[in-house]
Design a protein around this ligand. Structure first.
Ligand code: NAD
Length: 473
């Protein structure tokens, strides 16, 4: 907290942590260590702008916890970056990784700039200089701290980072593992783009497959036939809608900032996306009804509401009017603490962001593993599996005297490609995390909501790690 930033995001994360810590058995010392930000690197460096002027950059990298190495977390380019925000986001990464069993500590970085105000050449200089500052202080490396994209950064910036790192560390055979979210040609992994939306789907599908939970929510088992409303048709919202539709759910409404559309027969996200691209608006989609006020979509009758756009969209004011039975927090922080109180009273199940949108970091973990193993997923086993499956199938056909259809033949023989293995690893990760959190929640009636149960899951895992590590004398 500072005079400039009277509200502390980090303090609010600590508050949620303390609330959940009451449901754990760790002594105060361990809890204080879990909460603390271990290393904070605040830096200033000069950049020469295209017009010849010199500008001083304000940038940060925070390693919240080194209970597992490397630390992991994105780098954001935003005018709102400040030390408190980076500390809060780094701590949330520790908890997120612990919940989904990704063996990393939490980290986060930021540069206080609006990238739109800089040329590509200037952005490259800033990114490369930031990376070399991290190298100088040993704040980056495949075994130390591995950044990733966040607001205002993407594949391009990650490619600059890996190139700068590799040139400063000649002979480091694992240099590609110093950052994730890279283009495929620079060591990236297939399946990253859809990872967060697919993770949202896998997490919510698991919740929908839990008989006790569905009974409590007054819903039938499974995803099929469920009505879904999605806010935000960006990367996460688009893919969440796509996977729900492909698995038999009906996406009855889609909301963008210019308005929302509703069709009880179900919307196809790709057709809506193309319509928006062609007309500049989601509104007037053939067959659908316009909702002039975008936020009205949040109050529609539906089984699952997926806010996948911005933070704080469901708050104390509109939460009482939300009619969804389940809310899947695909965005970061879409529901405020006041909304959480309303959900508890109304019996709405809110599946928390901290783990539900962890698909990105999970697939980043797979990218890092790929970089360290120096081999594309599937390369070793694809052909072997296909040969074996062909052999098994021909034996079955010969013994039974029957032939399978061509479609079935293709499905049975298919050996895994990289994207298949990445999706399957993500599915396993999200199912396991959902079950672990539910187990904590449903076996402890004192825990008020799934968000608190997720924190308890994180605290227990990091706490066990510290306790078993022993505290260095
Ligand atoms: P994005 O920019 O691709 O999509 C956001 C979409 O929301 C845009 O299409 C935008 O027009 C729309 N939008 C903006 N204001 C709106 C409003 N008032 N009502 C309705 N729609 C509105 O971003 P994204 O990558 O899909 O991320 C969405 C959220 O998910 C963010 O909170 C982000 O932090 C979180 N998240 C993203 C990832 C990831 O891998 N991309 C991972 C974890 C969390």
């Amino acid at each position: 907290m500072s005079a400039e930033h009277p509200y502390s995001f980090f303090a609010s994360v600590e508050k949620s942590f303390d609330k959940a810590a009451l449901f754990t058995k760790w002594d105060t010392g361990i809890l204080e260590q879990i909460k603390a930000c271990n290393s904070i690197y605040s830096m200033r460096f000069p950049i020469k702008r295209d017009n010849g002027t010199i500008e001083v950059m304000e940038a940060y990298r925070v390693q919240h916890s080194q209970h597992k190495l490397p630390c992991k977390g994105g780098i954001r380019f935003s005018e709102a970056v400040n030390q408190d925000e980076v500390m809060a986001l780094a701590s949330l990464m520790t908890y997120k990784c612990a919940i989904v069993n990704v063996p990393f500590g939490g980290g986060k970085g930021g540069i206080k700039i609006n990238p739109r105000n800089y040329s590509v050449y200037e952005l490259e200089k800033i990114t490369r200089r930031y990376t070399s500052e991290l190298v100088k202080k040993n704040f980056i490396g495949p075994g130390i701290d591995v950044p990733a994209p966040d607001y205002g950064t993407g594949e391009r910036e990650m490619a600059w980072i890996v190139d700068t790192y590799a040139s400063l560390k000649p002979g480091d055979i694992d240099a590609a593992g110093c950052v994730t979210g890279k283009p495929i040609t620079q060591g990236g992994v297939r399946g990253r783009k859809e990872a967060t939306g697919l993770g949202v789907f896998f997490g919510l599908r698991e919740v929908c497959n839990m008989p006790d939970v569905m009974k409590r929510q007054g819903l039938t088992l499974g995803v099929e036939g469920k009505t879904v409303v999605v806010q935000g048709l960006g990367n996460v919202g688009y893919h969440s809608a796509k996977f729900f539709r492909e698995h038999g759910a009906k996406v009855v409404a889609l909301a963008e900032f210019e308005g929302a559309i509703y069709d009880p027969a179900g919307l196809n996200e790709e057709a809506v996306f193309q319509h928006r691209k062609a007309t500049g608006s989601i509104l007037n989609f053939p067959g659908a009804t316009n909702l002039a006020k975008s936020s009205d979509a949040l109050e529609l009758e539906c089984d699952i509401l997926i806010p996948a756009a911005l933070e704080n969209v469901i708050n104390g004011e509109n939460a009482p009017r939300v009619k969804a039975k389940i809310i899947g927090e695909a965005a970061n922080g879409p529901c405020t603490p006041e909304a959480d109180e309303v959900f508890i009273k109304k019996g709405i199940l809110c599946v928390p962001d901290m783990y539900l949108n962890a698909g990105g970091v999970t697939v980043s973990y797979f990218e890092w593993l790929k970089n360290l193993s120096h081999v594309r997923y599937g390369r070793m086993e694809k052909r072997f599996t296909e040969n074996l499956n062909t052999h098994i199938l021909s034996q079955i056909e010969e013994l039974s005297g029957k032939k399978v259809s061509d479609k079935e033949r293709l499905a049975i023989m298919h050996g895994p490609e990289e994207v298949d293995l990445v999706h399957s690893g993500l599915e396993e990760t999200m199912i396991t995390a959902t079950r672990e959190i539910m187990e904590i929640w449903l076996t402890n009636p004192e825990i008020p909501d799934m968000r608190t149960a997720a924190y308890v899951s994180a605290i227990n895992k990091v706490g066990t790690c510290y306790a078993e590590l022993g505290i260095f004398p």
